[in-house]
Structures are given as C-alpha cells and as structure tokens.
Write a protein that binds this ligand. Structure first.
Ligand SMILES: [Cu+2]
Length: 119
C-alpha cells in the first residue's frame, strides 16, 4: 500500500514538473522587416516562437502585463542580447541576428521561454 502511495506521489511530481516547466503551448510568428508584438503574461510569451531571417533587422516589441519580478528581464543568452521590460509600456528590442540557428530566450529563472528561429 505504501509503495502505491509513493508511486502516485512520484507520478504527481512528474506531472507538476511537466505542467509548469515543459508543457507550454507555443504559438509562432513570422517577422520580416517589421516589429512583432510579444505579450508577456501569465508565464508565457505570446507568441513564443519568432521566425526571422539572418542579416535582417528585427524588432521584438515586448508588452509586459505580468507585474511579477520574474517577467522583468528577457535574455537571449546565445546572442548576447538582454533587456529590462517595463510594465505596461511596450519595449522595443531591435537587433540584427547575423547567424542562423535557433536561439532560446527566457526570463532570468527560465520560467518564461521563447525561441527565435533565424533562417
Ligand atoms: Cu522568471
């Protein structure tokens, strides 16, 4: 009986980890030459996947609605780009990715997660 309780406990832990850290419904946006609005709220970037072209300037307009300090920063660690996001005021992050690949972006703690795909 105790073993069964332990199994259920372990299952619940995996489920919680999966739910909060792994499972995120991801929407995708294409951006070429213009700005894309990214809503920062409730633990997700919306859209979370941005597609762009190498060598093209891209403007990611972060609109932060979440007041928790978790959502304050956005870091593109592979691209050496980061920003502090104000609450309520759109923040334009403009840069030109010069290498192709998939670059993750996240808040400091990695709760918010997104991906920039450079083709
Ligand atoms: Cu965070």
């Amino acid at each position: 009986m105790e073993i069964l309780v332990n199994i259920i406990g372990v299952f619940l832990i995996f489920f919680i980890v999966w739910w909060f850290w792994i499972y995120k419904k991801q929407s995708e946006a294409l951006v070429h030459g213009s700005a894309v609005d990214i809503i920062v709220d409730a633990g997700v970037y919306e859209p979370a996947v941005i597609r762009t072209k190498s060598g093209e300037q891209v403007t990611l307009r972060f609109i932060r609605r979440d007041s928790s300090p978790c959502s304050e920063k956005v870091l593109f660690s592979d691209l050496d780009v980061s920003a502090d996001l104000p609450i309520g005021t759109p923040y334009d992050l403009t840069f030109t990715p010069d290498k192709k690949g998939e670059f993750d972006f996240a808040c400091q703690m990695g709760m918010y997660r997104g991906k920039l795909i450079v083709e």
